[in-house]
Design a protein around this ligand. Structure first.
Ligand code: FEO
Length: 393
């Protein structure tokens, strides 16, 4: 069956991973896609491959358009294995020396990953490659989100093959933004909050660079999810906003609990926030996936973290969350800490210490309550919520 022709002579030959539910720690409730694009001109170029398990499907799709041995150039925009894993099988199948165009770091990283004798050609930022009637141009996008990342731009059609940027972990019947509409945005935001947030300043710099260059973009083809053909500006504008990290005036209470005492505290803190007009939401760390928690935290001005003390330490899910949260280094947030304890009560101090190195404003000293909160304890939690709400004004 012939793959989708997304523009004249340009085919989406990637694969849909309908059933993946965990993408290296990111919950993918709707699966994902590994997009790869075949550009058929006087010369034929393949832009990116797929995850190794899907190499056969990539080859089948290519073979429905051309003989894969007719591929002249392979472009590797990014070394991560969801886009390069199919490279060895592809090159073996082609059975002749085909140059793989990549960034300078891509050259290093691909050889480190595969240790095979690929013909890797490192390109300069802005370098062009003629396919005959059309021209590809490469732009380095280092640390967006790996050192090797780059964009490939098809000048004549004004199509940007943007690697992970502007992507979403979403597999569905739709292929284009005009087919899915607004429903794609939560997936795009979750992707940004969990994959790109750490690099938000670099993303902003890149967007500014594209804007200054006056690069016209009629279509954006990311390596995951929906292709932006109707409103490529919509996702560029959204990235511009997300990079600023200007959250809404709302709070997320991230917690775990052993015998519901920390949970009772969470509920009273939320009641205090709401009494001051601040919308607040609890997220129990054994009920909510860390990547969904991170997306909610991304949107919120205040993140309030609670843990009971277990074995003189944090409840284990808090260790997981804090490690993930710290790695993404969100900015422009207020933070507060709370928790119940039996006799030693180290958890709240440990959380505070974990948050200390981040660009967060701690609203007050951690609040801890021994055993089950009584009426007075619940009132203290309520007031704690109100204090946080007032600090958010
Ligand atoms: Fe979709 Fe960074 O790989």
């Amino acid at each position: 069956m012939k793959p989708k022709e997304i523009a004249k002579g340009i085919y989406d030959v990637g694969a849909t991973d309908w059933n993946v539910r965990d993408f290296h720690g990111f919950s993918t409730d709707r699966g994902t896609t590994y997009n790869a694009f075949l550009v058929v001109d006087e010369k034929i170029a393949l832009i990116d491959t797929v995850k190794k398990e899907f190499s056969d499907r990539l080859l089948q799709k290519i073979a429905a358009v051309i003989d894969p041995r007719d591929i002249d150039y392979v472009i590797s925009n990014h070394t991560e294995m969801d886009h390069s894993g199919g490279l060895p099988d592809l090159l073996r199948h082609i059975g002749k020396e085909v140059p793989v165009y990549c960034s300078k770091m891509g050259q290093k990283n691909l050889s480190r990953h595969f240790r095979e004798d690929f013909e890797l050609r490192a390109v300069e930022d802005g370098e062009e490659l003629s396919l005959g009637r059309r021209t590809l141009q490469f732009f380095e996008t280092r640390m967006l989100h790996w050192p090797d990342s780059m964009f490939t731009y098809l000048q004549e059609e004004k199509i940007l093959f943007s690697s992970d940027a502007f992507g979403q972990h979403y597999a569905g019947p739709e292929k284009f933004d005009d087919q899915i509409g607004e429903a794609v945005m939560p997936y795009a935001k979750k992707y940004f909050a969990n994959i790109l947030l750490l690099y938000a300043p670099l993303v902003k710099g890149l967007l500014d660079k594209i804007s200054k260059m006056g690069l016209k973009i009629d279509m954006i083809c990311p390596d995951h999810g929906i292709i932006w053909r109707q409103q490529p500006d919509k996702i560029i504008d959204a990235y511009g906003r997300w990079c600023l990290q200007e959250p809404e005036n709302r709070a997320v209470v991230v917690y775990d609990t052993m015998w519901h005492s920390t949970e009772m505290m969470a509920e009273a803190i939320i009641a205090g926030l709401e009494s001051e007009g601040i919308p607040a939401m609890p997220m129990h760390l054994r009920r909510c996936h860390r990547s969904d928690v991170m997306t909610a935290v991304f949107d919120a001005r205040a993140v309030i973290v609670g843990s009971p003390t277990l074995n003189n330490g944090l409840f284990p899910t808090l260790g997981d969350f804090l490690s993930y949260f710290k790695g993404l280094r969100p900015k422009n947030k207020l933070a507060a800490v709370f928790g119940s304890f039996g006799w030693s009560g180290e958890a709240t101090k440990l959380i505070r210490d974990e948050l200390a190195g981040l660009d967060l404003e701690l609203v007050s000293e951690p609040l801890k309550i021994q055993y089950v909160p009584d009426q007075k304890g619940m009132e203290t939690c309520f007031e704690f919520g109100r204090t946080i709400a007032r600090a958010m004004r």
